[in-house]
Design a protein around this ligand. Structure first.
Ligand code: 26V
Length: 822
């Protein structure tokens, strides 16, 4: 299959060196950069040397792109995100540069397997889930569509935790991805800036006696040191920069304290600085509310803004033209404090008055909302915010006064509505609402799917939307087809290339030409063979890692994503239990062999999510061992789900589970990756599923369950899950089994509360959707058993998913939000 890897561009922008030259360079790098002789080199050494050789070539393009942007005075996009879930970078770089085959041959001549060393590269897991992975896809697409862009974030020493499953329970272990160095990054000491915290604010009269000038005197200072990683676009067209900040003490040790015998105190500053870039908060909802999190947010926002402002001033000598030259994007509210920081820089450091500063700020910023879950909407207690950022607190009050004045003047709002617009929440404890700050400080506020944007206007931002009715807009998410098709599925890519040529490498919409081949029996067979090979690869991994044997001819049904109640892994597990009952009660029926895969991490403090992981494992143990199931159903929980595992599992899926409670998943992006790789979706009308079903067509997707409107209605009109469950025998039976300890004989009460919550409350409407879900699964079986029909649908999915490329999404951002002509 490897010889068919289609990552070879037709017109490579860089000359592809011949394998012999590359081999010589690899040996040279090994020797002179790493001090190793080829004879004793480990696989890790080969990996590092291979990256270094390709990296050298990237640097030329990188310097050229940066210089070109500097010279042309092009407007730049700055994407501020606390998460960049980039995963492994080697394949990305080799493939986008068109070096894959030459490198494979070069390494082969040295007795080294490229695919083998590729798996040794650590996964850069600097993100939790969808929001972080979207930022990574966007970085790649911005380079691909030739948009000058910098990503700004934090260089976490410990990114997302590594998940182990011990006796069915999630155990969190630190991920140490930097232990063996990181050949992709460049430290830029000269690009460090000082970041302050705490202290006080002096108000002085300006030199001309005209204005009051504020001077913030922080009590504490740390250094933010830049580490740059090049981001290579498709065909190496452009190389952008991902700049991640690392915390460093200004004085590594306080010698005075040390000499006075206070050895711990002497290191206090150093530890505090270190903590800023030590860990990624492993929660993707329910704000930890921790002071360190707010410190991280300010640390990276302030460092990034200083960098942006410094770059602008050095070229243009003033800041009033900032909105013409810089578009700063807030990836969720995590960097929202940047709004107050830019105001501070403009007013306090550059002497611009409030009104002008506010105008510059609004024209510069744009904000994307990624969730409507109330518990994920960030807010900070006023006393904490004020202690850490006293000047920013004053600025927030000043902005609030301006906004509330505008609201009053509009005459559209009563007191209650005004209080919802306020940047300060006044309920029991006063808090700064970061969503409102991001909204008022931006000229554009976007949601990530059509449905989500609609709901934003109707719910969390209803009042702000009424006040600023042109601000909210939709930008449906996308995924990079380079990583999520060309790299992760070389078999399908080669097949498509053979059938329709390689135009789709550059224009993913060209995949449309596959549509007609859905009717072609020979093509369907080839397509099925590719899928089969991908499934065999996954089955082999499961056999080695988990000791579970799987039949690759079974339907591979996969749900991989963060574990969250609204994503309803529980619905899927309960359906597995109900199916298990049915298979045993009706052994004579023609059951479809199916493997249900689960994968995902739970936030360490999220009790129910962790219990759901345990349940999946408990259910797997019982079902997989029961001979009366005759192998017709298997349940597998694959530990430590991450980007690399996604790259392996998605191409092997027949069925993609996208079953969130309607109205709760902002978009989803895994749904797009599966469909692009020829899996059929079973899903609710939630997030981007709605648009996916419009693109692939109703006949090629399995939609079930309540709509978002129906969920709202049911919730408000007294939803009674108990009555519903009692009238649904299959569900009642499955719940009784779970609740009574059939799957947890060692602790029969383990799932009692989880189940009783379904009877009493069932906020996520598992019971309401169960019947529709189970029935739809049986129609999935029926289509699966009509294999030509199944593969025809799968092929149509691949053919019609081009629109979900993140290149399309980025072009829309560029045109509608950033005002950067492309
Ligand atoms: C929120 C919080 C709250 C404070 C604690 C740390 C933390 C970390 C992340 C988040 C935001 C999570 C939001 C998120 O990941 N949303 C996902 O964004 C995807 C990209 O737009 C979208 O496809 C998913 O539907 C949405 O859940």
């Amino acid at each position: 299959m490897s010889s068919a890897t289609p990552s070879e561009p037709l017109k490579p922008p860089l000359e592809i060196p011949d394998p012999a030259t590359l081999a010589a360079e690899i040996v040279k790098a090994l020797k002179y950069r790493d001090g190793k002789d080829a004879a004793v080199a480990t696989k890790d050494d080969w990996l590092t040397a291979s990256i270094q050789v390709v990296r050298d070539r990237i640097i030329d393009g990188w310097i050229a792109s940066t210089k070109q942007d500097d010279d042309s005075g092009a407007k730049r996009v700055y994407y501020l995100s606390l998460e960049f879930l980039i995963g492994r970078l080697m394949r990305d770089a080799f493939s986008n540069l068109g070096f894959m085959e030459a490198m494979r041959a070069a390494l082969g001549s040295l007795g080294v397997e490229l695919d083998e060393i590729a798996t040794l590269e650590p996964d850069a897991a600097l993100g939790n889930g969808g929001l972080g992975r979207l930022a990574a896809c966007f970085m790649e697409s911005m380079a691909t569509v030739d948009l000058p862009a910098h990503g700004y974030g934090i260089r976490y020493v410990n990114g997302m935790f590594r998940q182990e499953i011990s006796d069915g329970w999630q155990v969190e272990l630190p991920e140490t991805w930097l232990d063996h160095g990181n050949p992709w990054e460049f430290e830029r000491r000269e690009r460090s800036s000082e970041i302050g915290f705490g202290g006080s604010v002096d108000a002085i009269v300006s030199a001309d006696g005209q204005r009051e000038q504020h001077v913030w005197k922080p009590q504490e200072r740390v250094l933010a040191v830049a580490y740059d990683t090049p981001v290579v676009g498709w065909r190496g067209s452009r190389v952008n920069t991902l700049r991640l900040w690392s915390g460093m003490p200004i004085d590594p040790i306080l010698l005075e304290a040390f000499n006075a015998g206070d050895h711990i105190g002497a290191l206090r500053e150093s530890n505090r600085a270190d903590a800023l870039s030590r860990v990624l908060y492993p929660a993707d909802s329910s704000p930890a509310g921790q002071e360190l999190r707010l410190r991280q947010e300010y640390f990276f926002s302030a460092a990034s803004l200083q960098d942006i402002v410094r770059r602008h001033i050095s070229r243009y000598g003033e800041l009033r033209s900032l909105p013409d030259k810089a578009a700063i994007h807030l990836n969720d509210t995590h960097p929202a404090v940047a709004v107050a920081e830019l105001m501070r820089l403009l007013m306090d450091v550059h002497g611009i008055d409030f009104d002008a500063a506010w105008d510059i700020t609004k024209r510069t910023f744009a904000y994307t909302n990624h969730t409507l879950l109330p518990e994920a909407l960030e807010s900070w207690p006023v006393p904490l915010f004020e202690r850490l950022l006293p000047r920013h607190m004053q600025i927030v009050y000043a902005i609030n006064a301006q906004v509330l004045l505008e609201a009053r003047m509009s005459g559209q709002f009563d007191d209650c509505q005004i209080s919802r617009i306020s940047l300060i929440e006044e309920n029991s404890e006063r808090r700064v609402r970061m969503g409102n700050l991001a909204f008022v400080g931006s000229h554009s506020v976007n949601g990530v799917s059509a449905l989500h944007t609609q709901l934003m206007k109707e719910t969390v931002f209803a009042d702000l939307h009424r006040l600023y009715p042109t601000r909210v807009n939709n930008k449906t998410n996308g995924i990079t087809p380079r990583r999520w098709l060309l790299q992760c599925n070389p078999g399908l890519t080669a097949l498509a290339r053979e059938a329709i040529g390689d135009r789709f490498f550059d224009d993913i919409d060209a995949l449309r030409e596959l549509d007609r081949l859905a009717e072609d029996a020979a093509f369907r067979e080839k397509f099925a063979a590719v899928k089969r090979a991908n499934k065999e690869r996954l089955a082999a991994l499961v056999a080695t890692r988990l000791g579970v044997r799987l039949d690759p001819s079974a339907l591979f049904d996969i749900q991989i994503k963060r574990i969250h109640e609204y994503k309803r892994q529980l619905l899927n597990i309960i359906e597995a239990v109900a199916l298990y009952d049915q298979i045993r009660s009706h052994p004579e029926r023609d059951w479809t062999a199916r493997v249900k895969f689960f994968g995902g991490k739970a936030a360490p403090g999220y009790h129910n999510a962790k219990l759901i992981i345990k349940l999946a494992n408990d259910v797997a143990k019982v079902i997989n061992r029961d001979p009366s199931v005759r192998g017709l159903l298997k349940v597998v929980f694959v530990p430590n789900y991450n980007v690399s595992l996604a790259e392996m599992m998605i191409p092997a899926a027949d069925l993609s589970e996208q079953i969130s409670t309607a109205g709760m998943e902002a978009s989803g992006t895994g749904n797009m990756k599966f469909a692009l790789n020829g899996a059929l979706t079973i899903g609710t009308l939630d997030g981007a599923n709605v648009e996916i079903s419009e693109h692939v067509g109703d006949d090629n997707i399995f939609i079930f369950g309540l709509t978002a409107d129906e969920v709202t209605q049911r919730r408000s009109s007294g939803y009674n899950p108990r009555a519903l469950i009692e009238n649904t025998p299959e569900l009642a039976q499955a719940l009784a089994a779970i609740s009574s300890g059939v799957f947890s004989p060692d602790d029969p009460a383990r799932y009692r509360d989880l189940v009783s919550d379904l009877y009493d409350r069932d906020w996520f409407m598992v019971a309401a959707d169960f019947d529709a879900y189970a029935a739809t699964q049986r129609s999935v079986d029926a289509v699966w058993n009509d294999s030509p029909d199944w593969y025809a649908k799968a092929i149509r999915n691949v053919a019609r998913m081009g629109w979900f490329s993140s290149d399309r999404t980025i072009r829309e951002y560029a045109n509608d939000i950033w005002n950067v002509p492309l």
